[in-house]
Design a protein around this ligand. Structure first.
Ligand SMILES: [Zn+2]
Ligand SMILES: [Zn+2]
Length: 352
């Protein structure tokens, strides 16, 4: 079932206002607090449950593609099985697919968007213009207007980790006595036990989002973490988790292993060489949370290739490569070779 939030003043669709805890109406400017909207939505849900309306969308082909109807205009919303929030292509109203975000599918925590669409457009504009060789269309108004605000599903893992390392180390010193140089090598056997708590290591649970890029969008500011409420999604796209947490855990354990290994190694300073001979690392999972984090995405098709620029929707950290305009690059090449020829000419003249 679709959830949307209506303006108490003019009945238009309310949207989450970035960096605040309210929904606002883009038409008449009225605001409603997240708490109030969430409470109202819960009342609606209870009533619907009572009425036992069987309007759950059908999935006749079983391929996860489901059709819903926009609550504002009745238009057909076609979604894949991971869509959790979308925007009606006909009237622009936000629609949240409640059934995919409730019960045991409800995220526990969320970081709300802190950066508004206008701010994100400004950052993308500056960024795409900073590349001297970036095709102009990349920073065009229409491209910037098409940026999408997406809540990406994450699983956050907390571990109590322990590492036990044994290493053989050497310390080499030289002494000069008379006309001889003496080299002394001392050998050590080092043994280190480290333990640490790692809180909320994130792993994105979206198949479509590239894992390496999602990791480079970190860190997320956990002081902004709040308990999940549906109204935060209003006006944005959102995906629900594509994976069971068990499938992601090995990836996160690897990150924790690297971290605790590095910490343990850093306690073995001051030697000429250190060779680890035994190592044992264990992780005990202390918590696991389903989360949603905000992302602004600019997608652009250039010369048959899809280019994507990513922006952390809370911290503004940006990741992605700018394409190179071949014509601009050719001009730059001609200019620089002309300059090089000029310099060569100058040098040539100095010598004759
Ligand atoms: Zn209004
Ligand atoms: Zn609509």
């Amino acid at each position: 079932m679709i959830q949307s939030y209506k303006c108490p003043g003019c009945s238009a669709s309310l949207q989450y206002k970035e960096g605040t805890d309210v929904l606002h109406c883009p038409y008449c400017g009225r605001t409603v607090s997240i708490d109030e909207a969430a409470r109202k939505a819960k009342e609606d849900t209870d009533r619907e449950d009572e009425e036992r309306r069987d309007t759950e969308a059908s999935d006749p082909d079983g391929d996860g593609v489901q059709q819903f109807h926009c609550e504002s205009c009745g238009g057909e919303l076609v979604t894949d099985r991971f869509t959790a929030a979308t925007i009606c292509p006909f009237c622009g109203s936000p629609s949240i697919i409640k059934s995919r975000l409730s019960g045991n599918r409800k995220p526990q925590v969320l970081i709300p968007f802190g950066i508004s669409k206008e701010e994100a457009k400004g950052i993308f504009r500056k960024w795409t213009k900073s590349g001297f060789l970036t095709p102009r269309a990349f920073s065009s108004v229409s491209t910037l207007d098409s940026i999408k605000g997406i809540y990406v599903p994450y699983w956050l893992f907390s571990f109590h980790s322990t590492a036990s390392l044994v290493a053989s180390a050497t310390r080499v010193r030289t002494e000069i006595r008379g006309k001889y140089e003496y080299t002394y090598t001392d050998h050590f056997r080092l043994s280190r036990e480290t333990e640490n708590d790692y809180r909320r290591i994130p792993a994105d649970a979206s198949e479509e989002m590239p894992d390496d890029i999602m990791e480079r969008l970190e860190p997320f500011d956990y002081t902004k973490l709040t308990s999940f409420e549906l109204p935060y999604l209003s006006g944005f796209l959102a995906e629900c988790s594509n994976f069971d947490p068990e499938a992601l855990q090995p990836r996160v354990e690897e990150r924790a292993s690297k971290a605790i290994y590095g910490e343990t190694m850093s306690t073995m300073n001051g030697y000429s060489s250190v060779t680890v001979t035994q190592s044992r690392i264990d992780h005990q999972k202390s918590a696991q949370e389903y989360a949603m984090f905000p992302l602004w995405l600019l997608q652009y098709r250039y010369r048959g290739k899809n280019w994507q620029l990513f922006l952390n929707g809370e911290t503004g950290r940006k990741i992605g490569n700018l394409p190179v305009d071949k014509i601009k690059a050719a001009i730059l090449f001609l200019l620089s070779s002309a300059a090089a020829t000029g310099i060569a000419g100058l040098v040539w003249h100095m010598f004759i």
